[in-house]
Design a binder for this molecule. Structure first.
Ligand SMILES: [Zn+2]
Length: 509
């Protein structure tokens, strides 16, 4: 995610950047391989054991609701027998006025027409013909498994029937004047890792999500006049009757499925390296600009880090007050930013997330810096490549100065690597996760040079594609690939990780 208002004060350099825009040059047609051949070893390995979601959703914009049936085929890849499965029901974070996932001061921006509840209701859960009991607890759904649980290596298929109520809310989940933002909307499996089930609250800061790459088949029934922008490939759109259309969508390995819908969308598209890029928009000039930025950044990251292995990528204007938000193959951009000077930065940032979050995932609750820091630095690298010296200046103006402003405010805690609930708010989160996080990569690149940086980060992509990486994985990779030129001490210093004794001294002081 990127919040537009976090760097409004850096407007001047960005405008300068736009004025001196020069077009990207140097197109090399070396991406001839089809996407199914890319990372095929990694794809086969994960696809052979991942979760499959098959969702049938009947979208009713009149009632602001969705009735859906979802089949989840889950294989127990853990090293233990599971007696229950846990799903997140994120829409329930929008149920109560005093619990909404927005900082208090932003409440009126999220709900310009006053609070409106959104939620998800589970009608039933079945395993075969057997109806299962389940427990609902806020945003968690606990499904005890029949008989003696699910042994390691065994599979289970669950059918979940549910209803979603969409709130009048300009966040990730909700609707505004123009769009429905249907994100984090269905029961999604929590991650079971070495810490057991990861069950975290829907925090008001950051992107509090953590999921595993899965394969989706989604069918959406929607009124005929609606256009849908979504994760995956829309393989068929056909009439159901005089009033409705049926959209059939299939995905590759992705860690979530999101969509937006509007009866007013205009669409522009182009093709880059065989990838179809779409811009869903309302503002004519801005729509074309968003398409251009998406295409240019996909092309740049394809060459720098490794190719985006999906058939398409969509940038959708949305009633989304926060700025930009990433989902697999789809990003939401606040439609009021179209035609403004931040659009390029935001689109490029969200596009970089297709690599860092989309392809290489991470626990965004516990280690938010890992995808946000790298995404922010990738954005800077795009600007540097496109605008030369002035682009490079953005690193000082947008990244370093954000962190230094924070330093000047005499904060007590400089730790970058900490969970979302350990940040005070957006101010320290932005300075540490985005700015200092980006500086970690900026300092490494300065130290090892562009060639080695590119080599190691491409290796990071290849090694962790479709999986979740950790800070520890990144540190080990850099130590190994650079023979400890970039080592743990370097990361400790950059991430402001304090040795235990130092920590004690501080708490005693
Ligand atoms: Zn972001």
């Amino acid at each position: 995610m990127i919040r537009a208002f976090n760097f409004r004060k850096y407007k001047a350099p960005l405008i300068v950047l736009l004025i001196i825009a020069i077009s990207i040059t140097g197109y090399f047609a070396f991406f001839k391989r089809s996407s199914t051949q890319l990372y095929s070893k990694q794809y086969k390995k994960i696809a052979g054991q991942c979760t499959h979601y098959d969702i049938y959703a009947d979208f009713n914009p009149e009632n602001k609701s969705i009735n859906a049936v979802q089949t989840v085929r889950y294989k127990n890849n853990t090293n233990t027998t599971l007696n229950e499965l846990y799903f997140y029901l994120y829409p329930n974070a929008f149920k109560n006025e005093d619990m909404t996932p927005f900082p208090g001061e932003e409440f009126s921006r999220a709900y310009p027409n006053g609070f409106d509840p959104g939620y998800i209701e589970i009608n039933y859960i079945k395993a075969g013909e057997e109806e299962l009991d389940f427990k609902l607890n806020d945003i968690y759904l606990q499904v005890p498994l029949p008989s003696k649980g699910l042994k390691q290596g065994r599979e289970i298929s669950l059918e979940i029937s549910f209803k979603v109520q969409i709130p009048n809310c300009l966040g990730r989940f909700g609707y505004g004047e123009k769009t429905f933002n249907i994100c984090n909307w269905y029961p999604i499996l929590a991650v079971y890792d070495e810490n057991g089930w990861n069950l975290d609250p829907y925090y008001a800061i950051g992107d509090p999500f953590y999921s595993e790459s899965s394969i989706y088949q989604v069918t959406i029934e929607a009124p005929k006049d609606f256009i849908i922008a979504s994760t995956g490939e829309q393989v068929e759109v056909k009439d159901k009757d005089d009033t409705k259309k049926i959209w059939t969508i299939e995905t590759g390995l992705v860690r979530d499925f999101a969509w937006t819908a509007s009866s007013d969308y205009k669409i522009a598209s182009t093709t880059v390296d065989g990838i179809k890029i779409y811009s869903y928009y309302f503002h004519e000039g801005g729509g074309k600009d968003a398409l251009k930025s998406a295409a240019e950044s996909i092309r740049f990251y394809n060459r720098y880090f490794g190719k985006y292995p999906y058939e398409n990528y969509s940038v959708a204007a949305a009633d989304f007050y926060i700025g930009g938000m990433e989902y697999p193959n789809l990003v939401l951009i606040d439609r009021t930013l179209y035609g403004g000077s931040f659009l390029e930065y935001i689109v490029v940032h969200e596009t970089a997330h297709q690599w860092w979050y989309g392809l290489v995932g991470s626990n965004q609750v516990k280690e938010a810096w890992l995808d946000e820091g790298l995404t922010e630095y990738s954005t800077i690298m795009f600007l540097e490549n496109k605008y030369g010296k002035q682009g490079k200046q953005a690193y000082d103006d947008i990244v370093k100065s954000r962190y230094h402003f924070f330093e000047l405010s005499n904060p007590l805690d400089f730790r970058v690597l900490r969970a979302l609930n350990e940040f005070e708010g957006w101010k320290d989160y932005d300075a540490l996760v985005y700015a200092r996080g980006a500086m970690v990569f900026g300092e490494i690149r300065e130290e090892v040079g562009d060639k080695t940086f590119q080599k190691v980060m491409s290796r990071y992509l290849e090694e962790y594609i479709y999986r979740n990486a950790t800070t520890e994985d990144l540190i080990r990779l850099w130590e190994k690939e650079t023979n400890n030129t970039i080592d743990r001490c370097f990361f400790n210093k950059m991430l402001n990780i304090m040795p235990d004794d130092e920590k004690e001294n501080i708490s005693a002081a």
